[in-house]
Design a protein around this ligand. Structure first.
Ligand SMILES: Nc1ncnc2c1ncn2[C@@H]1O[C@H](COP(=O)(O)OP(=O)(O)OP(=O)(O)O)[C@@H](O)[C@H]1O
Length: 360
């Protein structure tokens, strides 16, 4: 029998599709009572990992287990793990209520559970409409209702906020938190940290199939560093003046400004005035989680420019504890030291993606 813990364990998991190494030696655990974000850019290997966990793809090597067992050894898996995967297929002519009843009967739960769940996910009024007429957001709600039919201990969701409206996203957040507070396990994937930031306790960040960060979100948050972006008339003179005054955490920005860590706006302003350097603007810039996420998944840990001097200043943009440097084979791998610029055209995601409002 399984150990009943509700723990998800991924150990040295690897999946190759021909020449494509979709997942490479991935390891992490997800503890019950927490919501874990599984994050990575498009094509990072999230869906493949979740599909291996759910027994839909066979690993090339390594293991993914729930309750200490691979999916095919779970007995009645719907009672253990509920999953919402991308592109969930519904019979287009079947109503939502009938769809849920078919699944309820397949896993041996009573019909009334279908109506309970339609209410929970806010679909009661659309229960008799055909799934083929549902919007993307409605299909997501129906997929979650299906995943919950067996009252599972573990919930695995692949990009669940896709297509949801703001009310739906807020509902989903509070639902997942209360689900985890009952001592259950939630693993939720996303390619946007901002989308899941308010929901998750711990985070697994992957890029090109490899783990880049694994640990509490709070730890990642605490590693944020604030800096001041200064636009001086003469960057070289300002850097010299700052260095002479003992401020050494200085970096040029791609747009020609000087990024100063460890100094206040006032300190920089006073110093520039004393040195007779005109300053046209200063802006406090708090490193947000999204930028850290980008830096981690882009295979680097810098602002994209080599800092003034030889090496990155200690602490200025140091990786957070839990950071795992790129391995050979990762696009961001630069040997022992390397600070390449971010890819051209990268745009920071704007705002939160929208998406529920059932009767949580
Ligand atoms: N069945 C398959 N055959 C061949 N290659 C595949 C297959 N499934 C996935 N891949 C490849 O594996 C890599 C990882 O894909 P995967 O769908 O797991 O990424 P993802 O992180 O879920 O991306 P997204 O956020 O875009 O959904 C990609 O390069 C993808 O093209």
């Amino acid at each position: 029998m399984h150990d009943g813990s509700g723990r998800i364990a991924v150990q040295n998991l690897t999946k190759r599709f021909g020449a494509v190494a979709a997942v490479q030696n991935l390891s992490f655990t997800v503890e019950p009572g927490s919501v874990t974000g599984f994050l990575g850019p498009n094509g990072a290997g999230k869906t493949t990992t979740l599909r291996m966990l759910l027994g839909l793809v066979t690993p090339t090597s390594g293991a993914a287990t729930i309750n200490g067992r691979p999916h095919h050894q779970l007995g009645n898996p719907a009672r253990v793990v509920g999953a919402v995967l991308e592109n969930e297929g519904f019979h287009p002519k079947r109503t939502a209520r009938n769809h849920l009843r078919v699944y309820a009967s397949a896993i041996g739960v009573p019909d009334r559970r279908a109506d309970e769940l339609l209410g929970l996910v806010g679909l009661s009024s659309a229960a008799d409409r055909k799934a083929g007429e549902y919007s993307l957001g409605m299909r997501q709600r129906l997929a979650l209702a299906t995943a919950l039919l067996g009252d599972p201990q573990v919930l695995v969701l692949d990009e669940p906020a896709n297509g949801l409206d703001p009310e739906g996203i807020a509902w989903l957040r509070s639902f997942l938190r209360s689900f985890a507070q009952q001592g259950r396990t939630v693993l939720v994937s996303s390619h946007l940290l901002s989308e899941v930031e308010q929901t998750i306790d711990q985070v697994v960040i992957i890029s090109a199939g490899m783990t880049r960060y694994y640990g509490p979100l709070e730890q990642l948050r605490q590693s944020q560093t604030s800096r001041v972006l200064v636009q001086p008339a003469d960057a070289g003179e300002l850097v010299k003046a700052l260095q002479e005054a003992g401020f050494t955490q200085l970096e040029p920005t791609p747009d020609g400004r000087v990024a100063v860590s460890g100094a206040t706006v006032k300190e920089i302003g006073d110093l520039a005035a004393k040195a007779g350097i005109a300053v046209y603007g200063m802006q406090e810039d708090r490193a947000d989680l999204e930028r850290l996420f980008f830096q981690l998944t882009a295979g680097q840990f810098s602002t994209g420019q080599a800092p003034y001097g030889q090496q990155p200043p200690p602490g200025a943009w140091a990786p957070p504890p839990g950071y795992q440097p790129p391995q050979p084979g990762h696009p961001g791998y630069q040997g022992q030291q390397g600070y390449p610029p971010p890819p051209q055209g990268y745009q920071q995601p704007q705002g939160q993606q929208q998406g529920w409002g059932g009767q949580a």
